[in-house]
Design a protein around this ligand. Structure first.
Ligand code: ADP
Ligand code: MG
Length: 312
């Protein structure tokens, strides 16, 4: 069973249980309306040694920050403000001392930067590698929450940054080149928290998520949840400098926001974003009514079967 097949299986088996007021599985975060126009957001991400990171290529400090960053990115993806986390960590004997302290320093520095409290978790020994699970909690005004399900045919599809640096960095790391700029991006992703909060306040934004598994994979989540299709213009995909187009479209862990904006509002949104952040939003295509994903070269669909990211 694939990862997403398993998640579908879980949803089916648990769908008949009470939801207790939660909007559950299927988006970047689960949503719990608090009343008074506010909601809490919940998300969890797991990092496993040998699958998501290698201890010989990622320092403990970097891993501490990254395990928080990937969760903050999911809160940002809903238009929320991260407020607290729970951290659970399984440590083999050779990581239980200085390595664990360094890990916590990385986790602490990013927590401090984003004003996030550490409110609990669990610590245990591991007979295998290091495993880290972070649960992050955010808050959002109900009116600012952006879901994967809000895209409509005609909307413009945009990314809030260039793509492929992390994927190129992973390749560098696996080939033993640990000190390239791309490798540094792969080890230390920056969650777009300020950008997500701001985009949450904009009515032009109809749907949003963060790019963790690669555009080719993640855009399909918006398509499924919104019951739409997408035409992506290959010539407009913002590949980062030194990164090939396929890596930009398919590699994972960019943690840039992917969003949809109404056709009428997109131009104004792009302008306002540039004024606010000094960086562009990149329009890369259109939402369609077809339920298909098409990669187009100057308007002509190409026979590409591009897939998203596989963790190493
Ligand atoms: P993300 O990449 O933003 O972390 P995914 O697209 O991987 O999210 O996951 C899709 C949805 O499935 C999310 O809502 C996530 O919370 C949910 N999910 C993933 N694994 C499990 C699990 N083991 N049990 C319950 N829900 C899960
Ligand atoms: Mg996500």
């Amino acid at each position: 069973m694939t990862e997403f097949g398993f998640i579908d299986h879980i949803r089916e088996r648990f769908g008949s249980l009470p939801d207790n007021g939660f909007e559950g599985i299927g988006d970047d975060c689960a949503v719990l309306p608090l009343g008074g126009g506010e909601s809490l957001l919940f998300t969890a991400d797991l990092l496993t040694e040998g699958v998501h990171f290698l201890r010989r290529t990622t320092s403990a400090r970097e891993l501490g920050a990254k395990s928080l960053a990937v969760n903050l990115s999911d809160i940002a993806a809903m238009g929320g403000r991260p407020v607290a986390t729970l951290l659970s960590i399984a440590l083999p004997a050779d990581a239980a001392g200085a390595w664990a302290e360094e890990f916590m320093e990385g986790y602490r520095s990013l927590s401090e930067e984003f004003g996030v409290a550490l409110i609990g978790g669990d610590t245990t020994a591991s007979e295998g590698g290091v495993t880290v699970n972070v649960t992050a909690i955010g808050r959002a005004a109900d009116s600012c929450i952006k879901r994967r399900s809000g895209a409509r045919p005609g909307d413009v599809l945009l990314t809030a940054g260039v793509l492929g640096e992390s994927g190129a960095g992973l390749r560098d790391l696996l080939e033993g080149r640990c000190d390239t700029p791309h490798a540094a991006v792969h080890r230390s992703p920056r969650p777009q928290v300020a950008e997500g909060l701001w985009l949450g306040t904009r009515d032009e934004v109809t749907a949003m998520m963060d790019l963790s598994d690669g555009l080719a994979s993640d855009v399909r989540h918006i398509m499924e949840r919104s019951e739409v299709g997408a035409d992506i213009d290959l010539e407009r995909i913002p590949a980062a400098p030194g990164v090939d187009l396929r890596t930009a479209a398919c590699a994972g862990e960019d943690y840039k926001l992917l969003l949809c904006a109404s056709e009428a509002g997109a131009e104004g949104l792009i302008e306002a974003f540039r004024t606010r952040f000094g960086t562009p939003l990149y329009p890369i295509g259109r939402i369609t009514g077809s339920r298909e994903l098409r990669w187009c070269d100057h308007g002509t669909p190409q026979p590409l079967d591009w897939q998203g990211f596989h963790h190493y």
